[in-house]
Design a protein around this ligand. Structure first.
Ligand SMILES: [Zn+2]
Length: 302
């Protein structure tokens, strides 16, 4: 199970009942919060996202519309008696900002809060667990900014139990079969992996580009993902303005999706100058037909 729920799809200002950026990614039994604009807590309450299930928060960059909701959320978690660890993965200066806010208010959170600074050159794995991994990759904004790539980790072979029994492979070896190994029997016979397994369904993936200007390198970072979220702050006629402000247009986002060979494109981070969003979808679909608007409160399943 891999899904993304949009909590905020607007850029900069809240407008037309749209909120600054925040979304939750659900993978296995984990909920990851990705960016935390102002009002994220209220949106979480509205869409019944449980704070207590969040153990990791990812912040793409330190423009306020992507993290001004964070201090409120962290303090609420404390007031609600959280004791389990919380990890924040973000550009390095965030630790100082949050530290200052807690210090002047003399708040001592009852739970361990760990900061992990994003960094390095290209794509880096930042969380690796048995069933999933998360990487960050650089995007191209006015200040340091990171995209995030969520991937399931799962065996690529599925066991055919009848065949496995027939060839006398013991159940204790099944896990290794799922990862492609062949089994050497005590009598010296080699049971080839493909005799007793079949291809498993593909591991799923989701990529979030945060705020970025158009840059073809992004297509390399998100190649082949099931769902790509790419910002479209502007419609295509404002391409020059988009470039100057380190943002993207509909056509540019759709071009990245097409060139990266992704399955589906979600677009969001709409400028508050637009009340209606239909043209965003229409323009993006001219280049990449499988495009949808990222709408608040909607869960998109991979
Ligand atoms: Zn920004």
């Amino acid at each position: 199970m891999l899904a993304v729920t949009i909590l905020g799809n607007n850029s900069a200002l809240p407008a037309f009942d749209r909120h600054p950026t925040a979304q939750v990614v659900t993978m296995e039994d984990q909920i990851f919060l990705v960016d935390c604009g102002e009002g994220t807590q209220m949106q979480m309450a509205k869409y019944k996202i449980r704070r207590s299930k969040i153990n990791y928060i990812f912040i793409s960059h330190l423009h306020g519309d992507h993290y001004f909701g964070l201090i409120g959320l962290l303090t609420s978690m404390g007031l609600l008696g959280r004791t389990q660890d919380l990890h924040i993965l973000a550009p390095a200066p965030l630790e100082e900002i949050i530290g200052m806010q807690l210090k002047v208010a003399d708040i001592h959170l009852p739970y361990p809060l760990h900061f992990h600074a994003l960094g390095g050159g290209g794509t880096n794995v930042i969380i690796r667990e048995a069933r999933f991994e998360v990487s960050c990759f650089p995007v191209y904004h006015r200040i340091e900014c990171w995209g995030f790539l969520f991937r399931e980790v799962r065996p690529f072979r599925r066991i055919n139990p009848e065949k496995a029994r027939q060839y006398e492979v013991p159940p204790s070896f099944f896990d290794r079969l799922k990862w492609g190994e062949s089994y050497l029997r005590k009598d010296g016979m080699l049971v080839e992996n493909q005799w007793v397994t079949e291809p498993a369904s593909k591991a799923k993936s989701y990529a979030y580009t945060a705020d970025t200007m158009f840059d073809p390198r992004i297509a390399d970072s998100v190649r082949g993902v099931d769902i790509l979220y790419h910002e479209t702050t502007y419609l295509k006629d404002l391409e020059i303005q988009a470039g100057k402000r380190f943002h993207s247009t509909t056509t540019q986002a759709a071009t990245i999706a097409r060139d990266a060979g992704v399955q589906r494109l979600l677009i969001g981070h709409f400028s508050s100058k637009y009340e209606k969003l239909n043209s965003f979808e229409t323009e993006a679909r001219e280049v990449f037909p499988n495009t949808e608007l990222a709408l608040e409160g909607v869960t998109y399943k991979v």
